[in-house]
Structures are given as structure tokens and as C-alpha cells.
Design a protein around this ligand. Structure first.
Ligand SMILES: [Mg+2]
Length: 390
């Protein structure tokens, strides 16, 4: 079996969107003086879908959600030629080939995201070629089903946040992640608002369910030091990405300082990036995303690394490429889960592009033993609401 072609298409959402509201999530732009720009960095309304086809007629799907326009060019201009004509079973060689051929510029960020998409498609081919789901090739089933946490609760009106938490509590979720609306630029008033929002959600879900707190890199170390002691009484399961991804010293300092586990890794790349985070004890929970770190080949190695360091892996964003990794390792106790909503931030788009994505029942996800590969196919239902760039 040889790879015959690689096709990367950009899916740009043209359908209905929910407009962003006020300070719905703190983010890295908050520290600048032009707050009106901040939400523009926080929308992901296009996606690159990669189809890798073999000479035996198998098509594997991969995807990129980070700067997908740029990822498409990288795949078309650099990566396709490196894998065409090759045996997909040589996946380690192919992953290394893409990584080393683009090393001068591709090591972190969009270069690795593009590599990830091709690698994910290759693993989809492998599963399909032997009639097995991908998780069976990675170690198999380590859980009856995957516990997942409800991830949304953007900062809005507190009553609205409480109603949202109640709705998904009633659907059987036992873990919830909420977003902070405010950071250093909002001063003490913002601190008070942030604390109020945590209190409001805890009021609904109680203390026998998990609560996770998301900063999305919108704070700095000084601000985090100020607010963390006040958050401890709410017993969060973790506090996510308090500072920008490059401030590893900041993560390490905060993780040593507070009883709240600090999490991160959704903006980190490769085995080496995660070894650095783990060696520095910068995070207590690793949150890689398979479609950023270097694909399934790389994520599988990071799972092993985290197992050796006894640090749990709870991948970013859910989605099939991550669920198969979570199912196949004890290092990963649960998954993030974004339910399908109208298109807002863009995490939802996966459901509009692909069929086969599992839907949570009572706070659990299931992967089927009898669906080969990743279990995804292109959805026709919403096709006319995308502009597709070949
Ligand atoms: Mg996050």
C-alpha cells in the first residue's frame, strides 16, 4: 500500500454565527491597550481538512484548526511531496521526515499543526486498512467509556451562566469548565467579577462535581499570584493556562505556589516541548492537542512520557483524534467535550464538517469497536454553508 495523493481543502464557515459577547473569555491580547481587538483572536471559523488517499483506494482524514489557511499552503507546498509514494505503515519514518524536512521553520506552531493533520490522516488509513479503530492500534481499550467534562460556560451574565450549568448538570455531566472574563487590565473590579463568577457556578454544581477554571493565557504571573489564594476555597480541579505558553518559568512558579493544579499544553508542541514542561514541573495536567503536537505518532509518545512522570493527560478540545488517544492510555483519565452549539468561537465547527463524532451521554463518551480508523466521514448536511477552497 502506497500513498497516492494528499488533498488539503479549506472549509470557511459562511453560515449563521453567534456574535461574541463582551469579556466572554480572557486571552493573551487582554494585556495590550486595545481591548476591542481581543476577541478577534478568539474565533476559529475555518478549518483545513486533509484527505490522504492510497493506491488501494483508502482515504484517511486529518484536520487543522490553527491558522488553517497557512496550514493548507504548508501541506500543499512542503508535506504532500514527502509522503506521496510512501508506505503509510512507515508512519514513524514519515512523521520524522516531515518534522526534519521542515525543522528550520516548522518546529512549533503552524508547521507542526500541518504535520499533525497529515499524520492523523495516515493513522486513519492504518485503521481502515486492517478494519480496526485507531485506538486498537495504540494500546486498545483501557476504559469501558471515556468520562468527559462539559466545556463552555463563557463569561456572560451570571444568571445565564448558572442556567447553562444547570442545564448540563441535568444532562448528567459531573465536571464543568468555565472561562474567566477579566484579567490584569480590569484591576480589582475584574478580580471581584472573576471571583463572583466562580462562586455562581459552584452554587449550581455544588462541591461533589468538578469545576475547572480557564484563563486562556489572559493573565500574567503577578495577577495570578494575587487571585489564586482567593480561588483556593472554591476547590477547582485545575486552573488552565494562566499565562502565555512561552512563560514556562511563570507556569512553574505558579504551580509550586498554589494548591490548585496548574494545567496547560494546548499551545505546546512535540515530545521535547512536553519534556520541558514536565522537567520544570510547570504543569500538573498536560493538555496537548493531537492536531497540534505532531499528530497521533507524537501524541502517543507524549502519553508514554506523561505516564512516566505520573502527570495526567487530558487533551484539549475533545474530537476524535484526541478521543482515540485517551481511550488507549491509563495516563489519560478523561476528555474535554464541547457540545454542538450554533457556531460561536468555532470549536463547534468539527460537528458541522464531520460525521461520526461521538455525543456525550450522562457525561461519558463511547468509541465503537466496530468502526475502523478514526470513524469520521465528511458531512453533507452543512456543505452549502461553507466556502471550500481547493
Ligand atoms: Mg484551554
Amino acid at each position: 500500500m502506497k500513498i497516492k495523493s494528499v488533498r488539503a481543502r479549506l472549509f470557511q464557515w459562511k453560515g449563521k454565527t453567534v456574535p461574541p459577547q463582551g469579556n466572554f473569555c480572557s486571552n493573551a491580547m487582554d494585556l495590550l491597550y486595545a481591548p476591542q481587538e481581543t476577541m478577534s483572536t478568539y474565533r476559529f471559523h475555518s478549518w483545513t481538512v486533509v484527505e490522504v488517499e492510497t493506491d488501494t483506494g483508502i482515504v484517511g482524514f486529518g484536520n487543522v484548526a490553527l491558522a488553517p489557511q497557512v496550514a493548507k499552503v504548508i501541506i500543499d507546498e512542503y508535506l504532500a511531496a514527502l509522503v506521496i509514494g510512501q508506505d503509510p505503515w512507515d508512519y514513524e519514518y514519515l512523521n520524522q521526515r516531515m518534522y526534519r524536512a521542515t525543522h528550520a521553520w516548522g518546529r512549533k506552531g503552524i508547521g507542526m499543526a500541518a504535520i499533525s493533520a497529515v499524520d492523523i490522516a495516515i493513522w486513519d488509513i492504518l485503521g481502515k486498512s486492517v478494519g480496526k479503530p485507531v485506538f486498537k492500534l495504540l494500546g486498545g481499550r483501557t476504559k469501558e467509556k471515556i468520562p468527559c467534562y462539559y466545556s463552555k460556560l463563557y463569561r456572560t451574565d451570571l444568571k445565564q451562566m448558572q442556567a447553562e450549568a444547570q442545564k448540563f448538570l441535568d444532562q448528567g455531566f459531573r465536571a464543568f469548565k468555565m472561562r474567566f472574563g477579566y484579567g490584569p487590565a480590569h484591576g480589582q473590579q475584574g478580580v471581584v467579577e472573576n471571583l463572583k463568577s466562580v462562586e455562581a457556578v459552584r452554587e449550581v454544581i455544588g462541591y461533589d462535581n468538578d469545576l475547572m477554571l480557564e484563563c486562556y493565557m489572559g493573565w500574567n504571573v503577578e495577577y495570578a499570584k494575587r487571585i489564586l489564594p482567593k480561588l483556593e476555597k472554591f476547590q477547582p480541579r485545575w486552573l488552565e493556562e494562566p499565562v502565555i505558553a512561552d512563560d514556562i518559568d511563570g507556569y512553574a512558579e505558579l504551580n509550586q505556589l498554589t494548591s490548585i493544579p496548574i494545567s496547560g499544553g494546548e499551545h505546546e508542541f512535540t515530545l521535547y516541548g512536553f519534556k520541558q514542561l514536565l522537567d520544570r514541573k510547570a504543569v500538573s495536567i498536560v493538555q496537548y492537542d493531537t492536531n497540534r503536537v505532531g499528530g497521533i505518532t507524537m501524541a502517543h509518545k507524549i502519553n508514554a512520557l506523561c505516564e512516566a512522570y505520573s502527570v495526567p493527560v487530558i487533551p484539549h478540545a475533545g474530537q476524535m483524534h484526541n478521543y482515540h488517544l485517551t481511550m488507549s492510555t491509563l495516563a489519560s483519565p478523561m476528555s474535554e467535550y464541547f457540545p454542538m452549539f450554533d457556531v460561536e468561537v468555532g470549536n463547534e465547527l468539527f460537528y458541522y464538517i464531520f460525521s461520526g463524532e461521538p455525543v456525550a451521554e450522562n457525561g461519558f463518551l463511547q468509541l465503537r469497536d466496530d468502526v475502523p480508523g478514526l470513524g469520521l466521514s465528511l458531512k453533507t448536511e452543512f456543505l452549502d454553508q461553507f466556502e471550500i477552497v481547493e
